[in-house]
Ligand binder design. Structure first.
Ligand code: SF4
Length: 325
């Protein structure tokens, strides 16, 4: 099967003056297949959101390429590129409070993207808005209200309707549940999971909560300091992590069972994450890795297959670590 999204050697640096640059995304390559949900995890500052935004053209690429359905996307988006890609690629934002215009009614917010389809009549637009309100679990009366009249979970439902009304093929969900109360996180993830199945969507689901990512994703990609360190099926990565960083990340994930959680030994990652301005040579995790070897600080481990039969798997297990040389 051909990938829907193919990322090749993607680099995104931010210039911060004095000849210094933040290495937010550094030489990332991977593919996302049609109707696949890929979870992207990592600590804050690992570059997950920058990667998602660069995929949609919200940041210009520094170098590398992104193709969508076999077509190369532009290095720098112009207004016409956004108009062309909006019906195909959309984003659900992290903060449902700041991502909705407080001066627009919910109906206007959800219908905003339909302006790209001038052939639709007013009644067609109205019909679609009502359909999407119902799909995300809101009622027709909500269309005339304003965002401040809704709870966080309801606002995220509005954000989901706004992103999906154009029926995009690919959606980047940028930490869509992290600003929500724990009690409504599962509801929003369930809604996203159902819509993904029903509409045949392809998702890049960015999140901190590994349990949620495992629940919704087919594959999981782990990012550390701007680079991918492990990619594999969600169950493989979650239950049999290979990279020492993934192991620590999963071991520090809170357990649902409070009794088990109390008895579990504490597993915090030691040391500080290096500055993305001065990225260390060799393995980026070396200063925190309990299994570091002498050459880890000088030789960069490439992301490569570790499966014994890589050709047999549709998407081989990939790990960037000298333990698997
Ligand atoms: Fe640890 Fe070395 Fe593997 Fe990096 S390459 S994760 S330092 S063992």
């Amino acid at each position: 099967m051909k990938p829907l999204v193919e990322i090749t050697n993607l680099v995104k640096y931010f210039d911060i003056g004095s000849n210094q640059r933040v290495h937010a995304v550094d030489d990332v390559s991977f593919s996302i297949y049609p109707k696949e949900v890929v979870g992207l995890v990592g600590e804050s500052g690992s570059g997950k959101s920058t990667l998602g935004k660069t995929l949609l053209g919200l940041h210009d690429k520094t170098s590398g390429s992104i193709s969508f359905a076999g077509k190369q996307l532009p290095q720098r988006y112009q207004a016409k590129d956004f108009r062309a890609m909006a019906p195909k690629m959309q984003m659900i934002f992290q903060d449902p409070y700041s991502s909705l215009n407080p001066r627009m009614t919910v109906g206007e917010i959800i219908a905003e993207g339909l302006r790209l389809q001038p052939e639709l009549s007013t009644s067609d637009v109205q019909e679609r808005v009502l359909h999407w309100l119902s799909l995300v679990g809101l009622s027709p009366v909500h269309q005339s209200r304003y965002p401040h009249e809704f709870s966080g979970g309801q606002r995220q439902r509005i954000g989901i309707a706004r992103a999906l009304i154009l029926q995009p093929e690919f959606v980047v969900c940028d930490e869509p549940i992290s600003a929500l109360d724990v009690s409504v996180q599962a509801q929003v993830v369930n809604l996203l999971g159902e819509l993904t199945q029903d509409l045949g969507l392809t998702l890049l689901f960015i999140a901190h909560d590994l349990s949620m990512v495992r629940y919704i994703s087919d594959r999981m990609a782990v990012m550390y300091l701007g680079a991918l360190v492990e990619v594999g099926s969600s169950s493989e990565v979650f239950f049999d992590p290979k990279h020492p960083y993934t192991e620590t990340l999963i071991a520090s994930n809170p357990e649902a069972d409070p009794e088990h959680e109390r008895r579990r030994p504490s597993t915090t990652i030691q040391g500080e994450i290096p500055s993305p301005v001065n990225v260390p040579a060799g393995c980026r995790f070396a200063n925190r890795c309990p299994q570091a070897m002498a050459h880890c600080s000088s030789i960069t481990p490439p992301l490569k297959p570790v499966s014994s039969e890589p050709q047999a798997a549709k998407t081989p297990r990939l790990v960037a670590c000298h333990l698997y040389d």
